[in-house]
Design a protein around this ligand. Sequence first.
Ligand code: ZN
Length: 131
Amino acid sequence: MKEISVQTHSRAEMIDITAAVQKAVREEKIEKGFCLVYTPHTTAAVTINENADPDVPRDILAALDRAVPLSANYRHAEGNSAAHVKSSLVGASELVIIENGRLVLGTWQSIFFCEFDGPRTRKVLISIIAG
Ligand code: ZN
């Protein structure tokens, strides 16, 4: 298992971590298999989406804000229930195919770390399965 540290800079943010994940795959020297990208946090997530137009992650964050307002009649006393809900909606992990030592991603796809309760220093764990 490998660990990537991600420093976030705002309350909600999507950070492209594809290069760091690809580097971890390269270091394992595995030609074929799977790469699990997982974040062990309850107010963050991992997703795959478009990297070309920065308005796409902005629109995703804005849509999540509309769907899950910052304040509603939440019970959780910490005050970050919206971030917990977004974390569950987006999900804590992505599994990516490895072929010829590289992540199999579409031309416009990147792996994003999603911060919903930043800024913080976060962890992303990478587990590579050969085969
Ligand atoms: Zn909380």
